[in-house]
Design a binder for this molecule. Structure first.
Ligand code: UDP
Length: 312
């Protein structure tokens, strides 16, 4: 008998890669998604055999007959323009949705990993960000709906772990990129790649001096799988510490894609963090994990995915 895993948000970017990974590891996979930001296209290649797709909004009661051994809780709008357009759904999925998932984990005696985020650090005053840092979040700013939903989800997960003895894990995901990001999700990597491939202007916000550190999707998925198989229950950063400014990101993507696009500067969105880089000492020590896909290799793979999308 194969073990069954549930992936919420399984038709999204990271969720669908987790589904692929679990199928390769011989799990039976139940993917739950209401498709408000996910897409069936991300899972059409696996819709057979040991893969089950259920269209469900996890903020509503979840009725599952199957035995489940692990839950990967990845459902949430996750790009700034998505959570700006879906503020209430974002708050509800992080709070009510996480509550339902923890209740499900309890009755199924399943372990559960919560997809948290570097956004819990807000616009950080400590650099790089280690797990001990409590963050600098504007709870009523435009990003507050996502940041506070994830902070609440972390608190709720720890409460179920401490009070009810649930086997829970919390991954703080830093900027991640790769195939299956939506071209229109507004995030820097897919936006710059599609602008480069279509020879449109590359839109850098502000002066482009803000920094981010980009992790390729396969490194991220391996880190998450390794965490849920560890015995570490406090939040853990997973990300790539190779930091660059957004202007460097734009220039790098332009160079790698050999694009003729011009870089143009637009207004910086409110509360856009000035710097972001994960301190991954703990993940290295506890999991023996570290990213191994270089930025150039990762961007090349992502460009070839977007080339397919843009010409088709
Ligand atoms: N950004 C940009 N141009 C774009 C999209 C994003 O300059 O067309 C910047 C954005 O202001 C932020 C950084 O790129 O400073 C990363 O943005 P993203 O939305 O990818 O993720 P975030 O880390 O802000 O959640």
């Amino acid at each position: 008998m194969k073990k069954t895993a549930l992936v919420t948000g399984g038709a999204g970017f990271i969720g669908s890669h987790i589904c692929d990974y679990l199928l390769e590891k011989q799990y039976r996979v139940i993917c739950m998604d209401n498709l408000i930001t996910g897409s069936l296209e991300n899972i059409e290649h696996i819709r057979t055999g040991d893969f089950i797709y259920l269209n469900h909004d996890i903020t509503e009661y979840i009725d599952l007959k199957d035995d489940i051994c692990s839950i990967f809780h990845f459902a949430s709008p996750a790009s700034p323009i998505d959570y700006l357009q879906l503020p209430i759904q974002t708050l509800k999925v992080g709070s009510l949705g996480t509550h339902n998932i923890l209740g499900l984990a309890k009755v199924k005696r399943a372990k559960m990993v919560l997809a948290s985020t570097s956004e819990v650090y807000g616009d950080p005053k400590i650099h790089p960000q280690a797990e001990e840092y409590w963050g600098n979040v504007n709870c009523v700013g435009p990003r507050g709906v996502y940041d506070e939903a994830k902070r609440f989800a972390e608190a709720l997960t720890m409460a179920y772990h401490r009070q009810q003895g649930l086997d829970t894990y919390i991954v703080r995901i830093f900027n991640t990129y790769g195939p299956r990001m939506r071209k229109d999700d507004g995030r820097a990597v897919p936006t710059f790649i599609s602008q480069c491939l279509e020879n449109r202007d590359i839109t850098v916000f502000g002066k482009g001096s803000q920094t981010r550190s980009f992790c390729y999707i396969s490194d991220m998925v391996e880190g998450i799988y390794s965490l849920i198989n560890s015995n570490y229950h406090l939040p853990l950063n997973i990300g790539n510490p190779e930091e660059m400014t957004i202007l460097q990101l734009a220039q790098n993507i332009k160079d790698i894609s050999k694009s003729k696009s011009n870089i143009v500067f637009q207004e910086l969105p409110a509360d856009d963090p000035l710097v972001r880089k994960p301190d991954i000492k703990r993940a290295r020590k506890l999991l023996g994990w570290e990213p191994n896909i270089s930025f150039k290799d990762g961007v090349e793979k992502t460009i070839s995915y977007f080339r397919g999308k843009i010409t088709s």
